[in-house]
Design a protein around this ligand. Structure first.
Ligand SMILES: Cc1ncc(COP(=O)(O)O)c(C=O)c1O
Length: 411
């Protein structure tokens, strides 16, 4: 066998393995329709089209279709054209980027904010750069932190300690075991998106005070949706001022694209100056920055949208629970239904789509642990009651059809 053949066989074997384990990922081809979210059209592989309702999107509040956002994007597009034309350093900083950063700094009540092309990059770039700024830094990272944080911590070459998920006692043990004079940072999330559970923000801030550590919070699944101005769970709980670095996305509840950190002016300046993931990549298109800024601004006051999302999540959870479906309920907007098997999970998802026009992607390992494969629903303020009815009826009938166990609550 030539080397080239060997490479091809190795690649094919890797794909076959996923098929065998029932966790090969299939992307479905969706056409969103302007102003009509969560309705969309599925372009099937055979060329036909089917109307569907999206139940698994992270456009949590439907802002990706909001007239205020679209108007801002159109305006910037007409004014400036398509791309930014460069990195932030070399011709890619525009008035739109500056305005967005000012909007975000105000949102989180920090001195400054720094925008990246995604929250993935913001996490990776910031966490991998911090040890350059703070030699000897030890990062304490929750074991269920998002891949972007894990990657940033892994690549930074500094020391790391992984604490058991949300286990502040374990975190304390780890902090206490290290040199009291070593610089420290605790990295965690406010909402873990697969179970929808909350991080213990206050307890972690208390530990950070006690051990003189910095705090880094990922509020990606909370910004726009929690707190009186949508700044996240830390704002809701009156803890924003105790967090040193806040990470958020502009691609989920804000409905556009991009990510950021908000922190002190000096911290943002240092990351701006040292992080390759910020320096060596083209900045967001101005129209995207304008749309994101409009969305952030709008959600500072649109509490009704947040309330409606929470109400819809509550109703869906109550109704699924009422039918004995094994849902996880931590009181957030995320509604995971545990199927517990990758093949069943995919089958359910396929049948929901084909037979009921309900689109929910199966979530399998490695996104979640094996045995906890699930359907993860994200009801939004724009999912109408009849859509909710349709979803509940479909789940009821398929659960019976597949003879799946109806369980008590899992949390
Ligand atoms: C917790 C968490 N952080 C960061 C990200 C990355 O966000 P973005 O899509 O803006 O890259 C995600 C994406 O799903 C996430 O779940």
């Amino acid at each position: 066998m030539t080397n080239k053949t060997r490479y091809a066989v190795a690649v094919e074997t890797a794909i076959d393995k996923l098929h065998e384990e029932g966790r090969y990922r299939t992307f479905i081809d969706i056409e969103r329709e302007q102003g009509n979210f969560p309705h969309a059209v599925w372009r099937k592989p055979d060329g036909t089209r089917k109307d569907i309702t999206v139940w698994c999107g992270n456009d949590y509040l439907g802002m990706g279709q909001h007239p205020v956002v679209l108007a801002a994007m159109h305006e910037a597009l007409e004014a400036t054209g398509a791309g930014s034309g460069g990195t932030r350093n070399i011709s890619g900083t525009t008035v739109y980027h500056k305005r967005l950063e000012a909007e975000l700094a105000d949102l989180h009540q920090k001195e400054a904010a720094l925008v990246f092309t995604s929250a993935y990059i913001a996490n990776d770039a910031t966490l991998s750069t911090l040890p350059k700024l703070l030699p000897g830094l030890i990062i304490y990272s929750d074991e269920l932190n998002h891949a972007s944080m894990i990657e940033g911590v892994r690549r930074n070459g500094g020391a790391k300690r992984i604490f058991r998920h949300n286990d502040v006692e374990h975190l304390r043990e780890l902090l206490a075991a290290d040199d009291p004079d070593a610089p420290k940072l605790i990295a965690f999330e406010s909402i873990y998106s697969m179970d929808g559970d909350f991080g213990p923000i206050e307890a972690i801030c208390d530990l950070a005070d006690e051990f003189d550590a910095l705090t880094y919070i990922d509020e990606v699944h909370a910004v726009g949706m929690y707190g009186p101005r949508g700044a996240g769970v830390a704002e809701r709980d009156g803890l924003m001022g105790r967090l040193d670095i806040i990470n958020g996305t502009l691609a989920k509840a804000y409905g556009v694209m991009g990510g950021y950190i908000a922190a002190s002016a000096k911290m943002c300046d240092a990351i701006r100056s040292y992080a390759p993931g910020f320096i060596f990549t083209t900045s967001l298109p101005p129209a995207v920055a304008a749309g994101a800024a409009a969305s952030v601004r709008h959600l500072k006051t649109d509490q009704a949208r947040r309330d409606k999302q929470q109400l819809h999540a509550k109703i869906l959870k109550m109704r699924l629970k009422g039918m004995g479906l094994p849902i996880i309920d931590h009181g957030s907007h995320i509604v995971p239904v545990i199927v517990g098997d990758p093949v069943h999970c995919k089958q359910l998802s396929d049948m929901l789509l084909e037979d009921f026009g309900i689109y929910v992607q199966p979530i399998n390992f490695p996104t979640v642990p094996r045995g906890t494969e699930r359907l993860r629903f994200t009801p939004s303020p724009v999912h109408e009651p009849e859509m909710l009815d349709g979803l509940v009826r479909a789940m009821d009938s398929l659960w019976s059809h597949c003879a799946l166990i109806r369980a008590e609550l899992t949390a």
